[in-house]
Design a binder for this molecule. Structure first.
Ligand code: GLN
Length: 302
């Protein structure tokens, strides 16, 4: 080490970065500094504390600084690291895919609950992004098969990579498609799931800086935020088994409107479920008398 050059130990660099991130308005400055440093040093967070006085090597500093610069510009952690934990797995994510959210885990859990004793199933995921939903469903419902569609070919590629690395590739077909456009006519699914873009266009510019780095095509739901539910539901009966079910992620205040759109297509049994923050976050729908009807009614009555 040259004379006069500061020695950046783990403790010093974490303190410095925490302050820098805080000044830049990063929401969890210390945690993000630690997570990024762990990625550089390929260690667990506990090791940072055990080795507080360890100096960083030049090449480690170099990589870390590039991460810090990105995070200070509000690039989401998941894009910098290239992965995000969802359910029980690490998913590759890229700038072409929305970062999987914890609320979406509730959607997956509820779909699994509704399907765990329903035997072999055909699932369609519309707007698959990273594949967090469809790959998790295939992992948790081992008899199921899925078609995963996205309008963005790069997102479909990420889904297929995740399907392969998480061991479900042989049960997952990827398709570049604007909603149902390229899905084989006559093909019917037991479960149609979608976490479509649902943010009203006028609200996009007021979203957190981090969210604004995510693909606009994965967020922008048109003037009311409801465009994609409308478009999906318009064609739903051509692609849904008569006894099938629909599961949507939705945004704040959209529950009743999306449930009503479902009922207008003959999916008379609907349920809205809230997330941990008590915001309406999911809609489930099926036809009267279907194999899902009672269980979906039970969600409504919870
Ligand atoms: N949950 C995301 C957000 O609130 C939006 C995802 C979506 O539009 N599907 O930022």
């Amino acid at each position: 080490m040259e004379q006069g050059k500061p020695v950046w130990t783990i403790v010093k660099i974490l303190e410095w970065t925490k302050q820098y991130f805080a000044d830049k308005g990063v929401e969890t400055p210390r945690l993000d500094a630690e997570v990024l440093l762990c990625d550089v040093l390929k260690c667990q967070r506990i090791n940072l504390y055990v080795n507080f006085d360890q100096p960083l090597e030049e090449d480690e500093l170099h990589i870390y600084r590039s991460y810090v610069a990105k995070r200070a510009k509000h690039e989401p952690l998941a894009y910098i690291l290239g992965h995000r934990a969802f359910m029980h797995s690490e998913f590759k994510v890229t700038e072409d895919t929305l970062v999987p959210r914890p609320e979406t885990e509730l959607l997956v859990e509820q779909i699994v609950e509704l399907n765990k004793d329903k035997g072999p199933l055909d699932i369609l995921d519309i707007g698959c992004g990273s594949g967090a939903i469809v790959v998790s469903l295939l992992q948790l419902l081992p008899l199921s098969r899925a078609v995963a569609v996205d309008i963005n070919a790069k997102a479909v590629a990420v889904t297929l990579e995740n399907a392969a690395s998480l061991g479900v590739a042989e049960r997952c077909n990827g398709l570049v498609s604007d909603l149902f456009e390229n899905v084989a006519k006559g093909k019917k699914f037991d479960v149609v799931v979608s976490n479509p873009p649902y943010i009203p266009t006028a609200v996009l510019s007021s979203l957190a800086a981090d969210v604004q780095k995510e693909p606009r095509t994965a967020l922008d739901g048109g003037v009311t935020g409801l465009d994609f539910y409308q478009r999906i539901l318009k064609n739903i009966n051509a692609f849904l088994e008569p006894e099938g079910m629909v599961a949507f992620e939705i945004g704040i205040g959209q529950g009743e409107q999306v449930a009503k759109m479902c009922r207008e297509q003959g999916l008379a049994i609907t349920a809205v479920r809230n997330d941990y923050a008590n915001i309406d976050r999911m809609v489930f729908a099926t036809k009267e008398g279907s194999k899902y009807a009672n269980e979906i009614l039970a969600i409504r009555q919870k």
